[in-house]
Design a protein around this ligand. Structure first.
Ligand code: ZN
Length: 405
């Protein structure tokens, strides 16, 4: 892969402009969004994907949660660093999802911690899919569908979109297009694959929820959904412990020769936690096997969630989890989280995020490797030099976001 040919400062300015556009698109103040529900044309309000009242509040401190945020950083060669940030309850998990009428669909989810029908499980899955779609689709909408790859976007149009002016950046047209192509190929094409998959998950769930007559029945602690008439499979489990993270991640997986998307949703309550896996039913056999191994032990569930957190940043955690973490470990995590090329969703991360739960879980379980679990808390780890890692990242990123032929 070619390296950026702009100097770091120029690259950073351009990158900042792109980020600025994206965040104003996603902003809670943007009134242009329509309801995502099929056929509805009303304006979207700010929707929580995870209930503020019965879930987010249960892990908040003084109305706040913590998340990791990408920050501009001139010191870093890539111009970015990830660090932890405080976020208010009104912003956590919020997106411009649905109109006020369609928000009512989720009323039960926002009032009860117990699922009383399959419909509720599917509605939460639907809401999670829409959240991910909203966040991946914004690049698509803003910059047009693969305009760059098709070379139909002109330099002038690009400058206009990015609100670049001459005083801000001295950049030749060729350089600008070259840089933008790099960013687009890496990041936006990845988003493009993801948003197409999410689009199909969304419409499949919508069709099923609309056509099926659901009966109310108490969903137990586990539920596996895999039906002939729905393209989506859902695996659901409720734990009797609180894992203090609200998580709405999605992961692009390569299974065999095919790319597919696994969504992981975690909803914490005062004394319990719901976990959802939402995916293409074609991969049910493969993923349910993994799910069974993981959900067999609480420590394995914790490990899976920590791995997910280190690969995708759509999560909000109880502030104490970050605030009480040893400083040295937090620094390593803040650097590691950028290098997604180094880890695998189904392999354990070698540092602990939830120390207290880890200690409780390993004490209560037999047949686990408690030495390696304790090492995640106590052992001093060594990482390779930052620039070496960045170089590896740049070389490998196209494997994570496969390019078009
Ligand atoms: Zn609507």
């Amino acid at each position: 892969m070619k390296k950026y040919t702009l100097n770091p400062k120029e690259a950073l300015i351009l990158d900042n402009q792109i980020e600025k556009q994206l965040s104003s698109y996603r902003s809670r103040k943007n009134k242009k969004h329509k309801c995502m529900y099929k056929g509805c044309n009303k304006s979207a309000v700010n929707s929580h994907t995870i209930s503020k009242k019965i879930s987010l509040t249960s892990i908040s401190e003084n109305g706040h949660l913590k998340q990791f945020k990408s920050k501009r950083d001139y010191q870093k060669q890539n111009g970015k660093s990830l660090s932890n940030d405080t976020v208010g309850l009104n912003d956590a998990t919020t997106f411009k999802g649905f109109c006020q009428n369609h928000e009512d669909l989720f009323k039960n989810l926002d009032n009860n911690t117990t699922r009383s029908s399959l419909e509720e499980i599917l509605l939460q899955s639907y809401r999670s899919v829409c959240f991910s779609l909203f966040n991946t689709k914004s690049t698509d909408i803003y910059f047009g569908n693969n305009n760059i790859i098709d070379n139909s976007l002109t330099v002038n149009k690009l400058k206009e979109l990015l609100e670049l002016d001459k005083e801000q950046i001295e950049i030749s047209d060729n350089k600008l297009m070259e840089l933008y192509n790099e960013i687009n190929k890496n990041q936006f094409h990845g988003f493009d694959i993801e948003s197409k998959l999410l689009e199909s998950y969304k419409s499949s769930l919508e069709d099923y929820i609309n056509s099926y007559n659901f009966n109310a029945f108490e969903i137990g602690d586990e539920y596996n959904f895999c039906e002939e008439n729905c393209q989506i499979g859902v695996l659901y489990k409720k734990l009797n412990n609180q894992i203090p993270v609200a998580l709405l991640n999605h992961h692009l997986l390569k299974i065999g020769e095919q790319y597919t998307l696994l969504l992981i949703t975690v909803i914490p309550y005062v004394d319990s936690t719901e976990i959802y896996w939402i995916f293409d039913k074609n991969f049910y056999k493969h993923l349910s096997k993994r799910w069974n191994t993981i959900t067999d032990k609480l420590i394995n569930i914790l490990n899976m969630l920590e791995s997910s957190m280190m690969l995708c940043e759509n999560w909000y955690v109880k502030p104490a989890i970050i605030n009480d973490m040893p400083k040295e470990r937090l620094e390593i995590i803040e650097e590691d989280i950028y290098f997604i090329n180094e880890r695998d969703l189904f392999a354990d991360y070698d540092l602990s995020i939830f120390d207290n739960l880890r200690l409780i879980f390993i004490e209560n379980e037999i047949n686990i490797d408690s030495v390696s679990e304790m090492n995640k808390i106590n052992k001093i780890v060594q990482r390779k030099d930052y620039n070496y890692r960045l170089n590896e990242f740049n070389n490998q990123i196209s494997d994570i976001f496969p390019l078009k032929n």
